[in-house]
Each structure stands twice: as C-alpha cells, then as structure tokens.
Design a protein around this ligand. Structure first.
Ligand code: ISL
Length: 557
C-alpha cells in the first residue's frame, strides 16, 4: 500500500445527522461544505460519506434506487461536485459508500426484473420458486434485520432474496451484466473526483450455487452459504482489475464475521482486491452470538481482539482502526465510563485505538465524546433494524417491553445517528427546525463549541492524537508489540522502527493499577509525549489511575 494511503486519517460523516443548512430537519451536502473549516481543524485527511444517493430511505440510504443521482434531501450533483472541489482545495479527500450487494426494490432494475422474468442467470436479482408448491420460501435463510430473507411477489409468482430488509433485494453478481453495470457506476464517481470507496457488506456478494438450506443459527441462518462465498475473491479481483487498479483510490470493505485469516484474503498486499477491511470481532465482545444478546463488557476481551488483529494482519495486511460507525453504539458509553470518568475514558479509548498500526476511522461526534441516547419511548427510534427487533422480541419471543427497551437503549444503531452536537443552542445547533431524529438531551454540556474553548477537551485530545500520527512515522509504519497480554485492565504495547520506539500504556479499569515496566526499556531516555492526565516520567514501577493513559518515545525520532 502506498504511503499516502497509510497516512490517511478518515472521518465518517452520516450526512443526515451532520449539519442542516436548509432548515428541513435533515443534514445535507451544503451543510458539510460549511463545516469544512472544522474538518480541516481536526487534521483529518479524508471524509467518508454514508450513502447520499437517491433512495426511498427504508434503511437510510443503504437502499439505492439510482446510483448516479443524489437524494434531494442532501442536494444535487452540482453541490456534490462543489463539495469534492472544496474538500480537495483543503487537502481533504473523499470516500463514497458503495452499496453493491443489494439495491432498493424501487430501482428500475428491480421493477424490470419483477415484470419481465428471465432465466435465473440473466436476472439482475435472485428469484426462486418456493418450496411446497410455492407456499414456503425457497430456503430457510434469515435476514440481518430479523425474519425471513425471502419475499414473495405475485407478479412473478416467486420469491426474491434479501439478506437485509424486504426493500433491499440482493443483486445477482453471477450475472456478468450486473457486474458490468456496477463497475460503470463506480467509474462515474471516479470521474467526478472521488478518492475512495467503502464497500458495504462486500463479503456477502457471492451466494453458493443452489442456495442450499442453512444451519439453524440464532444469529443468521444460511450465512455459511454466502459469507466469503465461493466467488467473492474472483469478483473482487475482476472489479479491481477492471476499475480500481492503477488509480489513486483507497478501498475498504465492510466484511461481516471475518477472521483475520479470511480478512487477509481481501487485503493482503498482493491480493489485488481491497486496501483493508472492517471486521467486527471487537464489536462482538459485549454480546453473545447475536448483537441483541448482550453480556457485560470485559476490557480484556477487547484488548485481546485488538492485539490479535494487530499481530495477524502483520506484515502483509493492513488494519482499519475503528470503535464507532453509524451501526454501532457510542464507544464511550459502551467501553468507557460515562459516570465517573467520562472524559478520561473517552480519551483513553482513543489512545489505545489510534496508536495502533492501521488507518484510523473517526465517526462524527466520537471526537467530542458523544454518548448513547436514552430514549424512553419506542416512537423516538427511527432505525429499521431497531423497530424490527422490538417487534420480534415482543411478539415472537414474548420479552417484556422493559427488557426490549433496555437492549435497544444499549445497542440500537440510532445511538450513533442522533444529530451532531455543535453548540448549546436549540437542536444542538444542528438545525433551526425539529430534526428527523431527536438530539441527545445532553447537548448543552457535550458539544463542539464548549470543547473548542477548553484545551483539555476530548476534541482537543483527538487533535493531539491526529497530530502525533503525522509527527511520528513510527506510529504509521512501526512494528507492534504487546506486553502484559493476559492482564485484565492494562494496555502496554510498543510501536517501533530502527530509530524510535513509542510506548503506549493505559489502564482500562476502575481501580488504580501498579505494574513494573519491563527491563528492556530504559527509563532514562524516554520522553512523555501524551497523556489524558498529567504527563509523567516513565519509571520502573508505575501507578496508573483509573482510565489513565500515558504515551512515551524512546530514542531518536
Ligand atoms: O448493525 C448491524 C445489524 O445488526 C450489522 O450487522 C449491519 O447490518 C451490517 O454490519 C451491515 O451493515 C451495512 O449494511 C446494511 C446497512 O443497514 C448498514 O447501515 C451498513 O453499514 C445494509 O446495507
């Protein structure tokens, strides 16, 4: 991977919730343009936009009905081009979200496929006759959003496959015409000047021939027949060769349920597929089998997963470093302590994550420590997955309302989707009118404006971390080595190259922690370079307060 790619620091924007410039309650592209000075001040070098294409918005834009058009809620192509130009003038690149596993059922391709049946190879979607004289779906696969992965249509007297919502039919990648059409779409955006792509659930695009019956699973029945499916690497190599190769693009694939070994097949430096992937191992540490079966968070689990990925993707792969995105709860609420150590724990989490080897992804609002939202009423939620899960929980599993609301408050994707908190004015300065989803009521205390003026804020800590990555090449390229791997709360790892070593130490716990610094590190020639408390010298025996983090350099820089 080229150096510029390794140096890139990516900031994810969920456009609907970022900044509303036209007073309709939803964020838009013009709003992002207005916030470019803020983005620049963070030091990030690329923004990734969640989908802004034309869409009926059944899944907030992850259901696309025209891949070449912008949803009017966000603006139009002219404004988009101005956004690209203005970002580029500010030395910020732009990454688009590509949703190529499925489209919307309102896409003309689907309408045509519905009304003009063809043979299964020529179809743009995956249609099958049902079992039992067409009365039962073709197989037992279930959808990511609960329920069956098949919907019957009278028009064709058949069922179509949708691994997500019923308004998100899966595209038939077996059909070469489908692939060619999708590649043309990608070229369209490259020609406009886009610098990278995040590929939604890209490891699901190849389904096993015959669509066999799946093994029952509380998580997802059928997944063994399409996760990293038989032709996924063939397709991605073709995609790379025909469209992506030789272009200055960053690509990241969202790959659900991959192991490091599987991940390497996508992002090995010689794979000619993707630069890196988003895995979910660390997002599963507080649940069991299925994200809605929540269990208490244990810091050691998280640490082990992070270390494992650091070690196993080295040296031929490359990590995508993230704790948050538009599908995940807020990390400080999840892995930190918002009650007693709110700021400190938010900074500690950022320290251990972003000094690892890989590309940092910061999700909007994470840099100010935005927290989960405590909606009390189901009607306050907007997310399709959340609403479906409530329905199944109540009506199929007979869980109480209280139990379901507790799960939702912890895990709902809407935790990440409440409007960006800009200031203490009405609607958190996000919009002059009522937003599409309520703002987190904590906005008078947690917002950009307050944190701008406080040198010790979470926001300014993120700026320091970003600056460090730019200052020390060892943080980008250096080897990773963990110590105290079995300790339940202590992070101790190094990054090193021939010139310099960076030591990262942190206490992911509620109790003070004492430990010895291994003898191989001289305490004399170390320099403290960052801390979420007071910087202090490295000593043979160290004490760390709850959630304290300290970072040092040894040697020439
Ligand atoms: O949040 C999840 C549901 O439990 C994840 O499993 C999520 O569905 C999965 O990571 C895929 O996510 C991506 O594709 C979805 C879309 O809803 C998500 O927003 C997107 O990130 C379908 O396009």
């Amino acid at each position: 991977m080229n150096d510029w790619k390794k140096n890139t620091i990516i900031y994810q924007i969920y456009p609907k919730s970022y900044f509303d410039s036209n007073h309709d309650g939803s964020g838009d592209l013009e709003g992002i343009i207005q916030k470019i000075p803020y983005l620049k001040s963070l030091g990030i070098t690329m923004v990734w936009l969640s989908p802004i294409y034309l869409s009926p918005m059944a899944d907030n834009g992850y259901d696309i009905s025209d891949y070449r058009a912008i949803h009017p809620m966000f603006g139009n192509l002219e404004i988009f081009k101005r956004l690209v130009k203005t970002l580029h003038e500010n030395e910020i690149k732009i990454m688009m979200d590509l949703v190529l596993n499925h489209s919307s059922d309102e896409h003309p391709w689907f309408k045509e496929s519905l009304n003009k049946p063809s043979s299964s190879e020529e179809d743009f979607y995956i249609w099958r006759k049902g079992q039992k004289n067409n009365r039962k779906p073709p197989n037992n696969w279930t959808s990511f959003f609960t329920g069956k992965a098949w919907t019957y249509k009278q028009e064709r007297d058949a069922y179509y496959l949708h691994l997500f919502g019923h308004k998100q039919p899966d595209l038939n990648w077996e059909n070469e015409r489908v692939r060619k059409e999708l590649y043309k779409i990608v070229e369209f955006w490259i020609d406009i000047g886009v610098d990278g792509f995040r590929m939604d659930v890209i490891n699901l695009i190849s389904k096993r021939k015959g669509l066999p019956k799946g093994k029952f699973s509380i998580a997802l029945t059928g997944k063994e027949h399409y996760m990293n499916g038989p032709k996924v690497h063939q397709y991605l190599k073709e995609f790379h060769q025909q469209v992506l190769a030789e272009k200055a693009l960053i690509t990241v694939g969202e790959t659900v349920f991959v192991s490091p070994e599987e991940a390497l097949k996508y992002c090995h430096k010689d794979a000619d597929e993707l630069d890196m992937v988003f895995h979910f191992d660390h997002m599963n540490v507080d649940s069991f089998n299925n994200k809605w079966f929540i269990r208490p968070f244990k810091p050691k689990k998280l640490k082990k997963v992070l270390y494992r990925w650091q070690e196993e993707l080295y040296p031929d792969g490359w990590n995508a470093l993230y704790f948050e995105n538009h599908d995940q709860p807020r990390s400080v609420s999840r892995f930190g302590n918002t009650k007693d150590y709110y700021e400190r724990s938010a900074k500690m989490l950022a320290t251990v994550l972003y000094l690892q080897r890989g590309t940092p992804y910061i999700y909007q609002g994470q840099e100010i420590g935005m927290q989960n939202v405590s909606f009390t009423d189901l009607a306050q939620y907007r997310d399709i997955e959340t609403l479906n899960v409530y329905d199944i929980g109540r009506n199929k599993l007979h869980f109480t309302h209280r139990r379901m609301m507790k799960k939702i408050r912890y895990m709902s994707r809407d935790n990440a989707r409440t409007p960006m908190q800009w200031n203490a004015q009405a609607n958190a300065g996000f919009s002059s009118t009522e937003p599409w989803i309520e703002v987190n009521p904590n906005y008078p205390n947690i917002n950009v404006e307050i944190q701008e003026s406080d040198p010790h804020s979470i926001l300014n800590y993120y700026r320091q971390l970003i600056a460090l990555r730019k200052q020390y090449n060892v943080i980008i390229e250096g080897d990773f080595k963990p110590y105290y791997v079995n300790h339940k709360a202590l992070y101790f790892y190094t990054r090193s190259d021939e010139q310099c070593t960076v030591i990262v130490i942190a206490n992911h716990g509620e109790k003070e922690l004492a430990f010895d610094v291994p003898n191989e590190f001289s305490t004399e020639h170390t320099t403290p370079i960052l801390s979420n408390m007071e910087k202090k010298p490295l000593q043979r025996t160290m004490k760390l307060a709850p959630y304290e983090a300290q970072v040092y350099t040894i040697g020439k820089v």
